[in-house]
Design a protein around this ligand. Structure first.
Ligand SMILES: [Zn+2]
Ligand SMILES: [Zn+2]
Length: 236
């Protein structure tokens, strides 16, 4: 199980179905230490709102909640839909390629898009699901650039669990991170509640490749919070 899950959707995303409090209750049952609420940016219809970012506090002291967003790439020049008005309240910024970007443009273009976005937006902490077959990327090139910026690449449990990508794509991604010494984040990408904290589909793949545990930014609560704190300076 993931102690501190850094990629979780609530019903503030159009594709989400649970409230923050339902997820919190589930995390408590599981004995998780915390999770990041990372709903989609406006481009995918995310209903991000002031009270959550400015006023919400976890009512459950044993489960920490981080406030985040999963942003979208808007163009080839590094523009993303991070809501600048909430930036002071945001703990973590994820970035991924999603259906607002057209498919079929080829590996080089998608790699360039993500690299431009990392260069232009130091607030980005994690690139989500880089092994999505709809948006193929050059892992080696992406990993080298991510390492320069201290960005972690995500190993996404849902994509493997629901067979939305090949196991081999995860193997290649992990190998590239291992060889280049780039951080990874192991996340559930929860939409449905039973997915919270689940890393059961990717753990055997990590073990087969031999990825060092200490290079997983959220391998435990302390490492997750250290990673977040180390990047807070990029959020202003
Ligand atoms: Zn995503
Ligand atoms: Zn997501």
């Amino acid at each position: 199980m993931i102690q501190f899950d850094l990629h979780v959707h609530t019903l503030f995303s159009l594709c989400g179905i649970h409230t923050v409090l339902e997820l919190l209750e589930r995390a408590k049952e599981l004995g998780m230490k915390g999770f990041a609420v990372t709903d989609h940016g406006y481009t995918l219809g995310g209903r991000l709102n002031n009270p959550f970012f400015e006023r919400f506090r976890s009512p459950c002291p044993e489960v920490k909640i981080l406030k985040g967003i999963e942003c979208n790439v808007l163009d080839n020049n590094g523009k993303i839909d991070v809501p600048r008005s909430f930036i002071d309240f945001i703990d973590i910024v994820l970035l991924g390629l999603h259906p607002n970007t057209s498919t079929g443009q080829g590996k080089d273009i998608y790699t360039d898009m993500l690299i431009a976005a990392m260069r232009k937006n130091p607030c980005v902490d994690i690139i989500t699901h880089p092994n999505d077959p709809h948006y193929p990327v050059d892992y080696r090139r992406l990993v080298r650039e991510a390492k320069i910026h201290g960005v972690a690449l995500e190993l996404n449990n849902s994509k493997i669990m629901y067979a939305r990508t090949e196991v081999q794509s995860a193997v290649e991604l992990i190998e590239a991170c291992r060889d280049e010494g780039c951080f990874m984040a192991v996340n559930s990408d929860t939409h449905a509640i039973h997915e919270l904290g689940d890393d059961g589909s990717v753990r055997p793949i990590l073990a087969s490749v031999g990825f060092p545990e200490e290079m997983i930014v959220n391998h435990d609560e302390a490492s997750a919070l250290r990673f977040i704190d180390s990047r807070r300076k990029n959020k202003s």
